[in-house]
Design a binder for this molecule. Structure first.
Ligand SMILES: Nc1ncnc2c1ncn2[C@@H]1O[C@H](COP(=O)(O)OP(=O)(O)OP(=O)(O)O)[C@@H](O)[C@H]1O
Ligand SMILES: [Mg+2]
Length: 298
């Protein structure tokens, strides 16, 4: 059974519901992130969920926090439900495997995107202007081609219901100040490069990803949010990668194809047939197993 919404019956205040995650306040310095099995495609959430997707996402983030811990500190505390406040523990069935206790920080309002490959909105901009987020890049690049070196291409962090806007790194300086902007630009690229090299050894191309950062009381930068999941990144299979065209998305391709061929893209309240949900679930499991090298045993 998919869990599409959590209900902790008031034991913790729910502060936000994202497309995928339900976020609760534990205390002044701690948040509980619960990844549900909701799935969105073309910006719309499907009526039914993908069983265990939230667990897979949580475990992928947890895995990366550990791999990347030497690059910069992060907000991860634990995924252990027995560390949660006593009254919440009776909701163990909703929380086990899919919840993450994290330290709360002041968030820098920039999406720290790093791109290793030319695709998506960057490819569109490059085709018309020869730039990516206003940055001049090499001429004659083809769709899905690797940049000579990965580039930091921030976007604004839009308010609810609005769209993030791609910006030049100089614009990020105006929003979060020179010192923080410089630090997160460097960190984001370092994190991406470490992850990309790791994933390459496991047959996965991380084409691009988005990080978020917070600052602690002493002004130190901390990696927050989810990291390097199929929801925050573009993962491609290395064995089917082909230059000069768009690549299949690792996880949502079945769903997107089904939606477009049934004229359901961008429509609200769509219910996925069992077969599409199951195939999509297999892709998330494959991503987890491929990346971590562990068997999915839940
Ligand atoms: N350690 C942290 N401390 C405080 N806020 C955090 C922390 N980590 C992440 N956040 C914030 O929590 C929110 C997580 O929301 P979530 O990603 O679930 O939904 P969303 O960003 O509103 O929408 P979407 O589903 O499109 O991502 C983001 O605003 C993020 O910046
Ligand atoms: Mg988000």
């Amino acid at each position: 059974m998919a869990l599409t919404t959590t209900n902790l019956e008031g034991t913790l205040p729910l502060i936000a519901k994202g497309k995928v995650r339900d976020i609760y306040t534990v205390d002044d310095s701690t948040l509980l992130f619960v990844a549900t099995d909701r799935i969105s495609a073309y910006d719309v959430i499907m009526k039914n969920g993908i069983p265990e997707k939230g667990k897979l996402l949580t475990q992928i983030s947890k895995f990366w926090f550990s791999i990347l811990a030497d690059v910069c500190p992060n907000h991860f505390i634990t995924c252990d439900v027995s560390s949660l406040p006593e009254p919440v523990q009776k909701y163990k069935d909703q929380l086990e495997g899919r919840s993450m206790l994290v330290r709360k920080f002041k968030i820098l309002p920039i999406e720290a995107i790093v791109r290793g490959y030319l695709t998506g909105s960057a490819w569109k901009e490059y085709k018309s202007k020869g730039t990516v987020h206003g940055i001049k890049v090499r001429e004659g690049m083809r769709e899905s081609e690797a940049f000579d070196t990965p580039i930091y291409t921030p976007s604004t962090k839009a308010e609810l219901g609005e769209h993030d806007e791609n910006i030049h790194p100089d614009e990020a300086v105006k929003i979060i100040g020179e010192e923080n902007a410089k630090k997160i630009a460097e960190l984001a690229v370092k994190l991406y490069v470490k992850a990309k090299d790791y994933a390459a050894g496991r047959g996965i191309i991380i084409a691009d990803t988005k990080f978020e950062f917070g600052v602690d009381e002493s002004g130190n930068i901390v990696l927050v949010d989810e990291v390097l999941t199929p929801d925050s990144s573009r993962f491609w299979r290395a064995d089917t990668y082909a230059l000069g065209q768009g690549q299949d998305s690792y996880d949502k391709q079945f769903l997107r194809n089904w939606l477009t061929s049934n004229d359901l893209a961008y429509k609200d309240g769509v219910e996925m047939p069992a077969e599409i949900a199951e195939k999509t679930r297999e892709k998330y499991i494959e991503a987890y197993e491929q990346l971590t090298g562990s068997k999915w045993a839940n």
